[in-house]
Design a protein around this ligand. Structure first.
Ligand code: FES
Length: 152
């Protein structure tokens, strides 16, 4: 049995074979593999006795459940109006230059994916980025590389 299928089996054993387990199982796979592959979604559908369309529909509904390959660390930079006015573009440029990728891309070594995000709820302290679950408010272009280096 492949690693992804083993992981799905473990998660289903932990959460139980019922529809309510779908979200925690999807989250568990994303936590380990950083995205939901077709193999994972098919294995989840089989294990929970759901249709693949049902699993894919749920996975694609939530923005935190990635269905495309992502790096080990996901950087989400708020693109909404307040952060835009407070200088998010400079933050994006510094990161693009440092990581040699554009927004939406993953570094060659698979360490980072950089994404634009809608409001992260920290508008009063923009510009804001998330690295995985860590929030970085009031970003300064001078400090952003130092922050990212902590995840290397
Ligand atoms: S506008 Fe950026 S966190 Fe709300």
């Amino acid at each position: 049995m492949a690693n992804t299928e083993k992981l799905v089996e473990q998660l289903v054993t932990k959460h139980g074979v019922c529809r309510n387990s779908l979200l925690p199982v999807l989250q568990g796979v994303v936590k380990e593999e950083h995205f939901l592959s077709d193999v994972a979604m098919i294995a989840i559908a089989k294990a929970l006795d759901l249709s693949s369309a049902d699993v894919y529909g749920t996975a694609s509904f939530y923005s935190f459940l990635d269905t495309e390959f992502r790096g080990e660390n996901i950087i989400r930079i708020c693109k909404t109006i307040t952060c835009k006015m407070k200088g998010k573009q400079k933050i994006v440029e510094v990161l693009e230059d440092h990581l040699k990728i554009k927004e939406g891309e993953t570094t060659r070594n698979g360490k980072f994916t950089m994404l634009a995000a809608n409001c992260l709820g920290w508008c009063h302290k923009g510009p804001v980025m998330l690295v995985n679950d860590d929030v970085y408010p009031e970003l300064d272009p001078e400090e952003v590389v130092e922050i990212i280096e902590k995840y290397c």
